[in-house]
Design a protein around this ligand. Structure first.
Ligand code: DAH
Length: 340
């Protein structure tokens, strides 16, 4: 019986030492030490032993059990260590692997152009003003010298919310709103960027688009201030070689009024498809603030003068980047936007 016990002990330890996983080890433990295990079976047979033999066999049995348990805990520890190592190895980071590139966002061409315009005018001492997109008939038209039956309203049909409330068609109402707030202080030097709305929709017109308004009011502001400012703006925006041309025009809120062209950004003025072979591109409307606009805004038109201008940001972006359809700027197609 002692022999059987010793052999059993050796076998158990050998098997445990060879166990490849904690599960396998546990299965071996149950097989030898469990309630129905082999060691237990042998010990049950001890009843048939003589009184002298019993303690001796009991001692051997205890030693064998202790040896098996020792092996069991040693193997448990080493298998746990192994599992940990494998886990570490499989979860490790290979720093030599190429990384997953992160998609970087970009600045929308409209925002880029607006930021550039703002930078130029902030550099000239202008500040940025804002006004509501839902505007009253008074600020959008009336105060800008466009009474109810004025034919110039035709070009700026818009979305009316009620008879007197509408989506602004231009950023020009911000002129009046700003002057009302500032009068009688001088000078007023602001640009006012923002969305405007009109009943237009084709490749070069959108029912919603963006404008930047400019306004400078002070004593002795002259038309040459306007010319100098816009010539400088055009050179900064489109390049040092850009020429400007002022053509007489009409706006109800300026007198005199002018439309401003720049030498074509594509052909430099030689004539191409973009400029319809004229060498010039129209970029904005401008003029000397009409005395009536100064007066309704709280300034004495005998003492102060001012100039104003307004440009479409989409148009500037289209000219600058050679974009031929305005709708591309609003469709958010990444294949288009990634080009900037
Ligand atoms: N508000 C005009 C438009 O949307 C543009 C404009 C023309 C603005 C002349 C001005 C200006 O400030 O002086 O067509």
């Amino acid at each position: 019986m002692k022999d059987r016990l010793q052999k059993l002990g050796e076998q158990a330890r050998r098997e445990m030492a060879g166990a490849k996983s904690l599960d396998e080890l546990n299965e071996i433990r149950v097989r030898f030490l469990g309630k129905k295990g082999e060691l237990t079976q042998i010990l049950r047979g001890m009843g048939g032993l003589s009184a002298e033999e019993r303690p001796q066999v009991g001692q051997v049995a205890n030693e064998v059990r202790a040896a098996i348990e020792e092996e069991l805990s040693a193997r448990t520890a080493s298998l746990k260590e192994l599992v940990k190592e494998q886990k570490l190895r499989s979860e490790g980071i290979d720093v030599t692997l190429p990384g997953t590139p992160r998609q970087l966002g970009g600045i929308h061409p409209l925002s880029a152009v607006l930021e550039e315009i703002q930078d130029i005018f902030l550099g000239l001492g202008y500040s940025i003003a804002e006004g509501p997109e839902i505007e009253t008939d008074y600020y959008n038209f009336e105060a800008l010298n466009l009474p109810k039956d004025h034919p110039a309203r035709d070009m700026q049909d818009t979305f009316f919310i009620s008879g007197e409330i509408l989506l602004r068609t231009q950023t020009s109402p911000v002129q009046v709103r700003t002057m009302e707030k500032t009068a009688p202080e001088l000078p007023v030097k602001i640009i006012a960027p923002g969305k405007v709305y009109r009943r237009d929709d084709d490749a070069t017109h959108s029912p919603m688009f963006n404008q930047v308004e400019g306004l400078a009011v002070d004593r002795r502001i002259t038309f040459s201030d306007l010319k100098g400012t816009l010539a400088l703006f055009a050179r900064e925006m489109f390049g040092e070689k850009t020429k400007t041309r002022f053509r007489p025009s009409y706006f109800p809120f300026t007198e005199p009024s002018a439309e401003v062209d720049v030498s074509c950004v594509m052909c430099g003025g030689r004539g191409c498809r973009v400029c319809s072979h004229t060498g010039w591109l129209e970029i904005l409307g401008s003029g000397m603030v009409h005395p009536r606009v100064l007066e309704v805004s709280g300034y004495n038109s005998e003492e102060v003068t001012g100039f104003a201008f307004g440009m479409g940001i989409e148009r500037i972006a289209m000219l600058k980047y050679g974009i031929d359809d305005m709708r591309l700027l609003f469709e958010n197609d990444l294949r288009f936007l990634r080009q900037f």
